[in-house]
Design a protein around this ligand. Structure first.
Ligand SMILES: Nc1nc2c(c(=O)[nH]1)N[C@H]1C(S)=C(S)[C@@H](COP(=O)(O)O)O[C@H]1N2
Ligand SMILES: [Mo]
Length: 224
């Protein structure tokens, strides 16, 4: 059993600093604002041969399909501005992502009507689940650019999901597969003590047990 959830529950509070009223309103409870961009993941940053790389669509679909990177880049793009919130208590405001709107991408797939949940499969050995309903919003995307530049390797190049209204662990870096499912199933962190729904404004951090104390674990992570 992974002990990250247990560890986070024991951490100390982070001062809020000098936030404007507007910033305080945008900041979910128990979060601290950062200008930097922390880098968080399990395992090593993957290396890819982009001629070999594919995104695989499977599960409750009429047809399993794969997309090459080139094919994805040729699809219509959207730019999304959003705030992101990590369960380790950092939030970053006004991030800009470019890529494919998930709702638009769905139109290219023959997803069966009974598909109510999605599992995002990512390297190395990462997955995370999100209800289909959540993915239809106008800020959920498959992103390949951050602040006008291609994603950096550490932030998920070549492709990641961005699901801004959930804690950031639901936004899979190094995305390789999208599985449509009839029934919900927990992903990596959801199996390891984290909340299935992960709404930052409801502070849905952990499964079971009452709310933990704030902590400063993220301040000790790598940034860029
Ligand atoms: N493939 C993969 N995606 C992942 C993770 C991971 O370990 N592997 N960690 C998640 C977590 S916990 C967070 S907070 C964000 C961090 O994204 P960042 O490094 O770009 O800030 O990625 C999420 N996506
Ligand atoms: Mo995270």
């Amino acid at each position: 059993m992974h002990n990250k959830a247990e560890r986070l529950k024991k951490m100390k509070p982070m001062p809020l600093g000098n936030l404007s009223d507007e910033q305080r309103d945008k900041l979910p409870p128990g979060q601290a604002l950062t200008e930097k961009f922390p880098i968080l993941h399990e395992g090593d940053v993957p290396e890819y041969d982009m001629q070999e790389w594919t995104l695989r669509i499977f599960g409750e679909v009429e047809e399993t399909v794969t997309f090459s990177y080139e094919e994805l880049l040729s699809l219509p793009t959207v730019t999304v501005d959003c705030d992101i919130h990590c369960v380790t208590r950092w939030s970053k405001f006004d991030t800009t992502w470019e890529g494919i709107l998930f709702r638009d991408f769905l139109k290219l797939l023959k997803v069966k009507p009974e598909a109510k949940y999605v599992m995002f499969h990512a390297d190395p050995d990462y997955d995370t689940n999100v209800p289909m309903e959540d993915l239809l919003r106008d800020d959920v995307m498959l992103a390949y650019k951050f602040n006008g530049e291609p994603l950096t390797k550490k932030h998920g190049w070549p492709l990641r999901t961005v699901v801004p209204h959930r804690y950031f662990w639901k936004s899979a870096k190094w995305l390789r597969g999208i599985e449509f499912m009839k029934e919900d199933r927990p992903g990596f962190w959801e199996k390891n003590g984290f909340h299935n729904e992960a709404d930052p404004f409801k502070e849905q951090r952990f499964s079971g047990e009452a709310l933990p104390i704030p902590e400063d674990e993220w301040t000790r992570k790598e940034y860029d």
